[in-house]
Design a protein. Structure first.
Length: 178
């Protein structure tokens, strides 16, 4: 008979991955339906200098690096996802934070793989910038990956700061020699 707690962990884990992929694809479909490639719209007027929606077809990596190498990123994304699925299977059930972080990373990675398989590019639309510092167009999948990586780093960092449990005291004779 299957182990119910283990099945529940897998159901939550895979459900979260599916929800991230679905949310990413739904929002991208809305962007494609409402904007032409390259079109930008201001969503919140007071933030217009910092945040806009811009429909971009990205054939490369983040910040447009390595254009036309999308298949390489798809292979890497699928490989990393498989490694994380194996890690999830071997992970202590109490490590829910790591599981959550890995689900975000896998969901984001596979959300972008879906785009590359369907279109040969990734649909980006979240255009944020700090004038003179950074300008980037990304998507929900990218943000899920970043959130997952940051969470995983914090969890790992905090685990390293925790003191190791003290060993159980050994049976020793008391000071009276008894």
């Amino acid at each position: 008979m299957p182990n119910r707690p283990a099945l529940r962990h897998w159901a939550v884990f895979l459900g979260l991955i599916a929800a991230i992929i679905a949310a990413d694809q739904i929002v991208k479909a809305l962007i494609v339906a409402r904007l032409a490639p390259g079109q930008t719209v201001v969503v919140i007027e007071p933030l217009a200098d910092f945040f806009r929606l811009t429909y971009s077809q990205n054939t490369g990596a983040a910040f447009g690096m390595l254009p036309s190498a999308g298949w390489v990123f798809s292979i890497i994304a699928v490989g990393v996802s498989l490694v994380m699925l194996i890690a999830h299977a071997r992970m202590d059930r109490a490590a829910w934070g790591k599981r959550l972080a890995m689900a975000f990373i896998i969901g984001g990675a596979l959300g972008n793989v879906v785009d590359r398989v369907r279109f040969d590019y990734v649909i980006d639309f979240i255009n944020y910038r700090i004038p003179g510092v950074i300008s980037n167009v990304s998507n929900l999948a990218d943000h899920a990956i970043v959130a997952g990586v940051i969470a995983l780093l914090i969890i790992t960092w905090r685990a390293e700061d925790e003191p190791a449990p003290e060993p159980a005291p050994a049976d020793t004779p008391d000071a009276a020699g008894e």
